[in-house]
Write a protein that binds this ligand. Structure first.
Ligand SMILES: Cc1ncc(COP(=O)(O)O)c(C=O)c1O
Length: 365
């Protein structure tokens, strides 16, 4: 049986057209960092700049941030393009591509678009959405060329530890596959040392950006970490995609990277405050089940009674509040909440979410 390759992302269409609300608990990133707070001098920006492979002021900073060297860094427009470019080099049509389930939709859709034969390994809520190496082992095949996962996990925020990643890496090596780890949420593990999985060896390819953890989405500063020969192939393939970068974007990214400590401290303050509100919210709820991550911006509760899609419509229409229906993450009885937004807006959104759950629950009785 042949299945048609993906040509679009239902989730991204929904996110762009339907997720906005006065009280937005649907977004997964830290609220936007204002340009006015970056020490940017307009006269230092230039429209045109170098067009060779990698701009060293940027690649050197990114390499330092990740504990590697610039030859391993490939610039890309956000993690979105980083995933596409990395997969385009790593997947040939007909290859088996093993992707975690649930996951961020485009991980599957990009692999499918590139002609990959998609296989899945399950993460289970009963096991706090952790990766179970035995499950990966059950699903891996001799034709598997790529294993894809997110760390922190989208939609649940679960953190995968190094020992588990190493075991997945070993299984991949045995069949000649690589492991692609999307680490766009990983910087939001605070107060605990976590390294990029790229540092675990050449089997690992990592994608990330300044988008989610720092509120800098509009810069589209994404990148791939890959061993130098692979990185070189990605740069060359990128000549068929974006060819060259937005120079002002690169320059602003360098300014942001030099101020990253301050930007990170702001993100942490927002998340700490919102997490405290969210913990209080969950304590009072008997109608929501599921695992709660300590890290990142997203959490993925299960609605214990009633239809999540009906509840999400009700929440938006009556309470001007949005969350993401779990059907976009292959779990239609869950919904995803984000906590990277403005602190007062998030607190009010949670109040409204609670009132909506009360009213919706009463109507289900
Ligand atoms: C796991 C994951 N990867 C990539 C992206 C896209 O990130 P970026 O804005 O860096 O392109 C998202 C956005 O929601 C995401 O959740």
């Amino acid at each position: 049986m042949t299945t048609r390759r993906a040509m679009a992302s239902e989730y991204l269409e929904w996110a762009k057209l339907c997720s906005a609300a006065k009280y937005n608990l649907a977004t997964s990133g830290i609220m936007g960092y204002p340009l006015a707070e970056l020490a940017v001098k307009a006269e230092e920006l230039e429209i045109n700049g170098p067009t060779a492979y990698g701009w060293s002021p940027l690649t050197e900073r990114l390499a330092r941030l990740c504990g590697t060297t610039p030859e391993c860094v490939v610039e890309a427009a956000g993690t979105a393009m980083a995933n596409h470019l990395a997969m385009a080099v790593l997947i040939d049509p007909g290859d088996d591509v093993l992707v975690e389930e649930p996951t961020y939709g485009p991980m599957v859709e990009v692999a499918s678009y590139l002609g990959g034969n998609i296989l899945r390994f399950a993460r289970r809520e009963e096991n706090e959405w952790q990766i179970e190496p035995e499950e990966v082992q059950r699903r891996i095949t001799a034709k598997t060329r790529l294993i894809c996962l997110t760390n922190l996990h989208n939609p649940t925020g679960a953190l995968t530890d190094e020992a588990t990643l190493e075991r997945v890496g070993e299984m991949a090596r045995k069949v000649g596959a690589r492991v692609l780890v999307d680490e766009v949420y990983l910087p939001m593990v605070y107060g605990q040392k976590v390294r990029s999985s790229f540092l675990l060896g050449e089997t690992f390819v990592v994608t990330t950006s300044l988008t989610k953890a720092y509120g800098l989405s509009g810069l589209r500063c994404g990148w791939i970490l890959a061993e130098p020969e692979l990185a070189h192939r990605m740069w060359r393939l990128n000549d068929l995609f974006a060819a060259s970068a937005v120079n002002v974007g690169r320059q602003l990214s360098v300014v942001a990277l030099d101020a990253l400590e301050k930007i990170d401290a702001r993100a942490r303050r927002i998340l700490d405050a919102n997490r405290a509100s969210q913990n209080n919210f969950f304590e009072a709820r008997k109608d929501l089940g599921g695992f709660r991550s300590r890290w990142g911006t997203v959490t993925f509760p299960k609605l214990l009674r009633g239809s999540v899609d009906a509840f999400c419509d009700f929440l938006r229409e009556r309470y001007e509040t949005s969350v993401v229906p779990g059907r976009f993450f292959e779990r239609p009885d869950h919904f995803r909440m984000g906590m990277g937004g403005d602190v007062a807006m998030t607190a009010e959104g949670l109040k409204r979410l609670g009132a909506a759950l009360d009213e919706f629950g009463a109507s289900q009785a």
